[in-house]
Design a protein around this ligand. Structure first.
Ligand code: DOR
Ligand code: ZN
Ligand code: ZN
Length: 428
């Protein structure tokens, strides 16, 4: 084997002491003993599939003062995320073949981990063409950062029908624009929540599910107990964001906690944990949405969004360490299930899959500090929370993080692609 990685690895739902052999970036064999040209022995430490973050905003191109594909993927690597799917609300938005190709070129030249791109949906896009260049589609049903709003629910039937023909997953930001109180100018987390109340989400999810026959619909960042009930619908998948799990509208974060959908009340938070534990919500995705501290100064004017790609797995691994969350469910929610939903050939320690993995020492827990993180935004809402950061991060067998230090190379990250296998999408 070119590379062998040994440890207490998560294989088919169980931790097993074994050796993982890697050739040409893919897992070739999982055996008791293997010989390799390069050998990493992690003893009794955990080896888990790398995290797949199905919802990030790396801001590149157009808002690179907040983040770019370099800083965003470095942040991802430190947090054990080996593949991140980037949202279309950049400048320009990725609503055309040209914009997708340009973003693929930029990302390919800067990324430290693998990535996929969302195509933004607008009424007159050529979905068939876009589907050749994007991992999945994204629909915005409410105003938020960017201008990708679909205002008219009457066109949804037709849009979903056309999107269904592409066979790609369609992710939807569900808040009903008509139920947002536009006369308010919120100056606190409580009033922000009031202006975008819980029924916004439920109403929007209902309309989407009603229209979506034929398309593979994925509901982004479910945040309410009603939302949880609705996403139980057969054939619909869903995600929850760490900030809706770990924070609520009572936190003293001011504008730093301003996000869409808003932080909710503790009872919604509880419903989300329950839904995640019981597989009603399929995956955890960070909705990493960095804005600078300067932009976040004044609540009324602050853009909505919270960073999270680097802290998502460490926060969850800390819960695993303290037996508050099941390891198997975590691996399923951040690796196996995102792979199934987005067809990435990643997220599993089995022959044939990309050799993306992390080595974790659960004994090494520390306090999360914004100044130690790697997003350009320079802050985190989880200051002082416990986190277990991976000791090693491997992407396609190559070391990107070694003993909590960056050793990866800018531009090593590749775009994922269904037909050609990850790391091999052809951008013409
Ligand atoms: O709070 C949010 N921020 N919600 C979104 O839907 C977009 C995101 C961003 O891009 O900043
Ligand atoms: Zn969203
Ligand atoms: Zn988002």
């Amino acid at each position: 084997m070119e590379i062998v990685i040994e440890g207490n690895a998560f294989i088919n739902g169980d931790l097993v002491k074994c050796a993982i052999g890697v050739e040409e970036g893919r897992i070739k064999a999982v055996k008791k003993i293997l010989k390799g040209d390069r050998h990493y022995d992690f003893g009794d430490k955990l080896i888990l599939p790398g995290g797949i973050d199905a919802h990030v905003h790396f801001r590149d191109p157009g808002m690179t003062h907040k983040e770019d594909f370099g800083s965003g993927t470095v942040s991802a690597a430190f947090g054990g995320v080996t593949c991140a799917l980037d949202m279309p609300n950049t400048i320009p938005p990725t609503t055309s073949k040209e914009a997708l190709q340009e973003k693929a070129r930029i990302a390919g030249s800067k990324a430290f981990v693998d990535f996929g791109l969302f195509a933004g949906v607008s009424m007159n896009s050529d979905f068939e063409e876009l589907s050749k260049h994007a991992t999945a589609f994204k629909i915005y049903l409410a105003t938020t950062t960017g201008r990708l709003l679909i205002r008219d629910y009457n066109v949804l039937d037709e849009i979903f029908q056309r999107l269904g023909a592409t066979n790609k997953t369609v992710c939807v930001h569900c808040e009903d624009e008509d139920l947002i109180n536009k006369t308010m100018n919120p100056d606190s987390l409580k009033s922000h929540l009031k202006s975008r109340p819980n029924p916004c989400e439920a109403s929007s999810i209902k309309k989407v599910i009603r229209s979506s026959r034929g398309a593979k619909v994925h509901i982004c960042h479910v945040s309410t107990s009603k939302g949880v009930k609705l996403v139980k619908t057969e054939g619909v998948t869903s995600e929850v964001a760490p900030h809706h799990l770990f924070l609520n509208s009572n936190v003293k974060l001011g504008a730093l906690g301003k996000v869409n959908p808003p932080l909710r009340e503790p009872k919604d938070q509880e419903a989300l944990w329950e839904a995640l534990n019981s597989n009603i919500i399929d995956i955890i995705a960070s909705d990493h949405a960095p804005h600078t501290l300067e932009e976040k100064e004044l609540f009324e004017e602050a853009p909505a969004g919270i960073p999270g790609v680097e802290t998502m797995l460490p926060l969850m691994l800390s819960l695993v360490k303290h037996n508050k969350f099941q390891l198997g469910r975590l691996v399923n929610a951040v690796s196996e299930k995102p792979n199934e939903i987005f067809h990435l050939n990643k997220g599993k320690l089995s022959p044939g899959y990309d050799a993306d993995m992390i080595a974790v020492d659960l004994r090494k827990e520390g306090e999360i500090k914004g100044k130690n993180l790697h997003s350009k935004c320079g802050w985190t809402p989880y200051e002082g929370f416990n986190g277990v950061f991976p000791r090693f991060t491997f992407v396609r067998g190559e070391v990107v993080i070694e003993d909590w230090e960056l050793t990866g190379e800018r531009g090593f990250g590749s775009m994922v692609g269904e037909s050609l296998g990850s790391g091999a999408v052809k951008v013409d």
